[in-house]
Each structure stands twice: as structure tokens, then as C-alpha cells.
Design a protein around this ligand. Sequence first.
Ligand code: UD1
Length: 341
Amino acid sequence: MKKILLTGGAGYIGSHIAVSLYENGYFPVILDNFSNSERQVINGIKALTENNFSLHDLDCKDPESFDKVLEAEGRIDGIIHLAAYKAVGESVQDPLKYYHNNMTSMWAVLDAMERLGIENLVFSSSCTVYGTPENEVVTEETAINPAFSPYGYTKQACERMMEDLHKTNSRKKQIRLRYFNPIGAHPSAVIGELPIGTPNNLVPYITQVGAGWREQITVFGNDYETADGTCIRDYIHVVDLAEAHVLSLGRILDKSGSSLETFNIGTGKGTSVQEIIDIFQEVNNTPIKVVYGDRRPGDVPSIYANADRAYKELGWSAKYGIEDCLKHAWHWQKTLTKPGS
Ligand code: UD1
């Protein structure tokens, strides 16, 4: 059974990937320091994998962590590197926190691969690397414009680190997955997103309003040049996203020679903030109080994926629609207890 190291594997996306890996015959090895994830997620992963994974409570920034994992596991066949901070606004307030964490972690992963002879890497990148694109539909060939947040810049820089390594004669097989907006939860409602404190992202905020944890959602701007005035994004189910990682690994694990490939992982369909709120209320029969506020600095009006390359090369496409995403997010929310209550 191939062992796949998941840095940040106890996070929202990492936990779903761990389950998909297990379901596809891999053995997930989680490395996480729980700086931005809750330990209770491990119980969910245990339940969904029949305990077929291992956990290393270590810091991805520390090069020695990788030596310890390899020593304990005996072999690592590939790495999926997810460990990173991801709050755009916080990165503007505290850029050094982001440069330190996200770039040092990436360096430590690449350094460990060089030192320990690990050849396969799938990296969690983001559509944020396109900055403000000229055209709202982006392909992998769309120009990389200046990042508008330190967070976005760390993703660009990490992609560049992979590129520079690829240009050396390093025998790495690397894939960069540019995620659009992952939402939803495992259909079993055993794992899902567990934001610490106030959610930054749209869907966990909506579900917390639905659950009565928060009074209302503020829509950040309804005066954009879009059909209903609110921003448009490409929302993708987290289980579909997890599947893209499994297919990426399948593509590189048994391949020889070095390679660097990039894939957009999105549905190819844009949905507005207002539509998300409307669909959530309808499919879950739950009212959401909405207020309209100012635009959020740094928001791109509209962006969605052309994901043709992922379909052609990986055989990947999204199976879940937006209704499923919002139903699953709500099922998951209903399993949670309000912190402090
Ligand atoms: C951003 C990043 C993305 C990153 C993700 C992780 C960009 C372009 N995108 O996604 O790369 O992976 O964060 O955190 O930098 N909204 C509201 N009210 C709210 C919350 C959000 O109206 O309370 C709106 C936002 O203005 C936006 C949409 O909902 O239009 C989605 O926001 P969010 O879920 O935060 O994701 P992005 O900013 O698109």
C-alpha cells in the first residue's frame, strides 16, 4: 500500500483527502501541528478510514519533522502539501506570519524531498495566483497578475519554488492544483469544516447564521458589475476536490522522469454570493438574515475556472452540484455544538 504524507492533513481539505486516499487504496500519513485545526477532526477520519492512517503531531516548517516521519513510517511514496494559513484579510494585517509559515513550510517540503529521495508532490495552490484576471474565466495559461494579498503572494512564490526546482535536474514529479472555492462537507457529515473563531469564508458563515450562532450575514458589496451586483465565484465540493488529489497522485506515482504540471480545479460554473444565499435557504428550508455592506478590499468581482485540462489529463470533473454542497455543509453544521455553550 502506497504511503502518502499529507501536510496539514488535519485541516478541512486535508481530512477529506485522507478519507479519499484511504478509499482509493492508499495509506494516509498525516503531519499536522494543529495550529489551525481542531483535534476532534481526527475522530472523524478514524471513523471514515477504519483507523487506517497514521498521525504525526509535528511542525511542517521544521525540516527534522520529515526525518522523524520517514523513520517512523519506513517509506513515503508521495507528499500532498497543504499546510498553510489561508485567511486573505489576516495576511494583509500580518504579512510576516504568512511569509514565515507558508513559504518556510514549502521550502521544508522541497528540502525533505531532495534529502530523503521522495519524488512525488501535489501542491495545494489557489486561483488567487491569477490576481485580478483580465477575463473572468481563467485557464492555466491565463497570465499570473500581481497578487493582491500576502496570502496570494505566498501561493505564487510556492509555485515559483516548484518551477525553479523543476528547472534543475531534480527528478521530481510535481503537480500544482489551483483550487477555486472549496465548500461543503463529507456526505456522511462525519467530517467538515471547523473554522476557529469567526469564519472568513462565505459558506461557514452562512451555516453559522442558519444555526443561530450569528445573527446575520453581511454581503460584501452588491454594486459589482454582475447580474445581481454580488461577486461571482466557482464553488467546488470538497469531496470532488479531494478526488482531484487522488487522481493527480495516480498520474505521477508510477511515471518516470521529472515533470511539473498545473491544473485548475473548479466546476467551470460561476455562482454569485446572492445565489449561494438563496439556494442555501431553499434547499435547507432555513432562513438567513442578510444585510448588504461595503465591498471587501481585495475581492475580485468575478472569477471561475476553465477546468478542461483537469478533465482531459486527469479524467477529473466535479460530481456534486451547488445544491449538494450547501446541503452537505448544513448537515455538517447541525452536528456541531456552539463553542462555549
Ligand atoms: C479566498 C481566496 C482563495 C482562498 C480562500 C481561502 C482570492 C481571490 N480567493 O477566496 O484563494 O483559497 O479565500 O480562504 O483571494 N463574502 C461575503 N460575506 C462574508 C464572507 C464572504 O459577502 O461574510 C463574499 C466575498 O466577498 C466573496 C465570496 O463571498 O465574494 C467568497 O468569499 P470567501 O469564501 O471568503 O472566498 P474568496 O475570497 O473567494
